[in-house]
Design a protein around this ligand. Structure first.
Ligand code: ADP
Ligand code: ASP
Ligand code: MG
Length: 516
């Protein structure tokens, strides 16, 4: 078992890498890995590998880390690429071959251009170009198939969507090779074994652990830096799956847990987990340390900085996860640990928002008499794998409201109609109604010991700002408190609550983490 002090070792590697690749560095980096070297999994998000310059920067960060530790790199697709690929998939299904051609042509030109800038060695550049051509050819074939049949299976969509990571991994590996490191790009279908839930697959950890150890350990022992495609895996039969949008964070912690890494570092475009999304609340500031629980709640309630499932694989083994900014690597970022650190000024640590959700209401005078209505409603919705944010039952128990992601709203509503078919027919329930879009703004903290006080303060502040509350949701654990508002009020609600709990002021924050 790892002890805590050993695990709190973020950022001990200085990032003042000035000269790129001296002979001395190259020789040093080829020293065989040994048991004393910590193992770090480092994930670089889309903007952190968005163009040749960003890939160079990522390579510089990896090179610095590789001096002190074994490193397994996980990469996202270059920014915007997955969106484009999903667009190509949708256009294929609609039979629009011209749009598909255009998208693939543009993507190919962008990747070729980056390869041209990054890779000076002709043989290597030709090799990577050939690899890319073959990957594009495979994707074109898939799109043609979809166009011809006017049909796209979830598995075909996953295969098309995964192209971005399959292209970025060899580019990052080449950038490392250019710096004198030995590196190998690996497609995660070789490593992450998942269920067959295309588009939102989950790993089978035992099989994944076995594969990762067999494939990655020998590379690390030889001083090779593996660069693994984020976002994807494969079923045990070998069918490619994806882990969901933003899923490369999840890939990183899956690999971290499988390899029992000392830490996972998620390199992104902000200085860690902030008190709110800085794009919506400019006063937001970095939270130096936060617990798995708080970070998971933030991600669940809309903070895009982490894929909602990111912390699941590492919580049990206590592997710390760092969120750091590849644009400002000198900044320590945020440590996500088992305990976190309590805020100094109050219990509320951050505020987050889901800009669009749908409320489904199940109700009628007879609802209170329906056996275990709430439990059955929750089970029915989760059986269709709908993302659910809130479930509330009115005081008189004559109405149950469930807030779900818009993408799953219809499916969740028909699952409820199916579950309560006999009660609906007998008139015990009036119906299942799909409401208009709503926004959900959530306060997250260590545990709200003064929940009613926090609620009253929030309500008073929102009333002063003339923001109307549609509903309030409290977690059973009392670690979060959600306000349902109309979508147009989301930004204002975030700003008001951020200010009310003085989240943007440093003295209301936790003490900075001591970097060992
Ligand atoms: P990457 O491409 O590196 O995975 P993402 O765009 O997925 O990056 O996530 C980073 C973004 O998350 C930030 O640019 C920021 O706008 C957004 N974000 C939302 N909530 C938060 C928060 N509480 N702290 C930090 N960033 C947040
Ligand atoms: N490229 C994938 C996406 O855009 C996965 C990721 O970036 O994490 O969703
Ligand atoms: Mg992301």
């Amino acid at each position: 078992m790892h002890n805590q002090p050993k695990r709190r070792q973020a950022a001990e590697f200085g990032f003042r890498v000035t000269s790129a690749h001296s002979q001395h560095n190259a020789a040093h980096l080829h020293v065989r890995s040994n048991a004393n070297r910590p193992l770090r999994v480092m994930k670089f998000g889309g903007t952190s590998v968005g163009d040749a310059e960003r890939i160079e920067k990522a390579a510089e960060i990896i090179e610095a880390a590789a001096r002190h530790s074994d490193v397994v790199v996980v990469v996202s697709a270059m920014s915007g690429v997955t969106n484009k690929l999903l667009e190509a998939a949708a256009e294929s299904e609609a039979g629009n071959s011209e749009s598909v051609d255009l998208i693939l042509r543009e993507l190919r030109a962008r990747h070729e251009q980056v390869a041209g800038v990054l890779i000076r060695a002709t043989v290597e550049r030709q090799f990577v170009s050939r690899q890319m051509r073959e990957l594009f050819r495979q994707s074109e074939t898939l799109c043609q198939e979809a166009i011809a049949e006017h049909r796209l299976t979830p598995q075909m969509r996953d295969s098309i969507a995964s192209l971005g990571e399959c292209l970025s991994a060899p580019l990052v590996a080449s950038a490392l090779t250019e710096r004198g490191l030995t590196s190998e790009a690996i497609v995660a279908t070789e490593l992450i074994v998942t269920d067959a839930n295309h588009g939102a697959a989950d790993p089978y950890m035992d099989a994944t652990r076995e594969r990762c150890r067999a494939r990655l350990r020998p590379l690390l022992q030889r001083g090779v830096v593996p660069v693994v495609t984020g976002f994807l895996g494969a079923t045990s039969e070998g069918l490619l799956t994806t882990l969901g949008r933003g899923g490369s964070d999840y890939s990183a912690t899956i690999l971290g847990a499988a390899l029992d890494a000392d830490e996972v570092i998620i390199w992104t475009d902000v200085d860690g987990v902030l008190t709110a999304d800085p794009r919506l609340v400019p006063q937001a500031c970095t939270i130096p340390e936060i617990s798995y629980r708080e970070a998971a709640d933030l991600a669940h309630f809309g903070a895009k900085v982490l894929h909602p499932k990111t912390l699941r694989p590492v919580m049990q083994s206590n592997i710390p996860v760092w969120i750091r900014n590849s644009f400002t690597p000198e900044h320590a970022g945020t440590a996500i640990t088992s305990t976190g650190v309590a805020s100094r000024g109050g219990e509320v640590k951050a505020v987050t928002a889901i800009s669009k959700a749908r409320m489904i209401t199940l109700g009628g005078a007879g609802t209170a008499g329906v056996r275990d209505a709430l439990g059955r409603a929750e089970a029915a919705v989760s059986a269709v794998r709908a993302d659910t944010w809130l479930t509330t039952q009115s005081g008189l128990r004559d109405e149950i409201c469930i807030a779900v992601s818009p993408a799953f709203a219809e499916r969740a509503a028909s699952a409820l109609r199916g579950e309560f078919a006999s009660e609906l027919t007998q008139g015990q329930l009036d119906g299942v109604a799909l409401g208009a879009s709503v926004g959900i703004v959530t306060l997250v903290g260590q545990g709200f010991h003064h929940l009613s006080e926090i609620r009253e303060r929030s309500l008073a502040a929102l009333e002063r700002a003339e923001i109307e509350i549609v509903a309030i949701g409290e977690a059973v654990s009392e670690c979060n408190l959600s306000f349902v508002v109309t979508p147009t009020d989301v930004n204002e609600t975030l700003i008001v609550l951020h200010e009310e709990f003085r989240l943007g002021q440093l003295d209301s924050q936790a003490l900075p983490v001591k970097v060992l």
